[in-house]
Design a protein around this ligand. Structure first.
Ligand SMILES: C[S@@+](CC[C@H](N)C(=O)[O-])C[C@H]1O[C@@H](n2cnc3c(N)ncnc32)[C@H](O)[C@@H]1O
Length: 241
């Protein structure tokens, strides 16, 4: 199957390599309800369905959560819930996920598959602007209590999210930021980009936020970080103090 038909968001690896990863490793072990959720998302949202994290990235996150023995997590930016369902499947039966999105219709599109997978009880979905919820949690009893926080919302807000989620994640806990290679655009200078890429103007515009954020993380002493070339780029940050 050609990668272009896989609806996969990655400019990082050459198509045959990506196809190999997906066909020979990721798809054979994709949970049935994740597959169904992914397919219904493509059917309903077409091009917008690339907002779901890719299968290989969700599997990486699932393994990370298990290695960490994560129990209490948060997801900012749920959409139809591909990464949310992956997380819910990875957590123990008494695990908890605070999942926040403004868009309840998208969440409800994926909800039947979450229910069918038997993991809805681990999820507290909050329909809200994430900043309101983060402020409430900070003012409540939730500081330094989360094992893992996944941030997958508006890229221009990542810097502001970082300030908040650093208060909520435990020391030693992980914050994961999605799309930190922003379709590869962060690596191009403008003239090279124009020559080599057909990315839309909207990608180019948001690229500066992602570049600034990546550079902020790289020089931030409060975290250890690693930018992985999986999916559209995933940065893991471990809170040090
Ligand atoms: C890339 S999608 C999330 C995809 C999801 N993590 C997955 O893998 O299926 C981004 C989502 O963030 C939500 N979003 C953007 N800004 C937000 C904010 N300030 N508060 C809450 N949700 C927000 C959008 O409504 C959208 O559904």
């Amino acid at each position: 199957m050609a990668v272009s038909s896989l609806n996969h968001k990655s400019l990082i690896v050459h198509d045959p390599i990506l196809e190999y990863i997906l066909e020979e490793n990721a798809y054979p072990k994709e949970h049935e309800q994740l597959k169904e959720l992914r397919e219904i998302t493509v059917k309903k949202y077409e091009k917008k369905s690339v907002m779901n994290v890719p299968v290989d990235e969700a599997q990486f996150l699932s393994m990370l959560l298990k290695i960490m023995n994560a129990k209490k997590t948060m997801e900012i930016g749920v959409f139809t819930g591909y990464s949310l369902l992956g997380t819910a499947l990875a957590l123990p039966d008494d695990g908890q996920i605070t999942a926040i999105d403004l868009d309840i219709e998208a969440y409800e599109t994926g909800l039947p598959f979450i229910q069918k997978a038997g993991v809805e009880h681990k999820i507290n979905f909050i329909q809200s602007d994430a900043f309101l919820v983060l402020n409430d949690l900070i003012n409540g009893e939730e500081k330094s209590s989360f094992d893992f926080i996944f941030v997958d919302a508006q890229k221009e807000d990542y810097m502001k999210f970082h300030e908040k989620v650093m208060e909520l994640v435990k020391i030693g806990g992980i914050i994961a930021y999605d799309n930190t290679l922003w379709l590869g655009s962060v690596a191009y200078k403008q003239d090279e980009y124009e020559k080599h890429s057909k990315m839309p103007e909207s990608v180019w515009r948001n690229r500066d936020y992602v570049i600034q954020f990546n550079s902020f993380l790289a020089s931030n002493p409060q975290i250890e970080s690693s930018l992985l070339s999986i999916g559209d780029g995933l940065t893991l940050c471990r809170r040090l103090y």
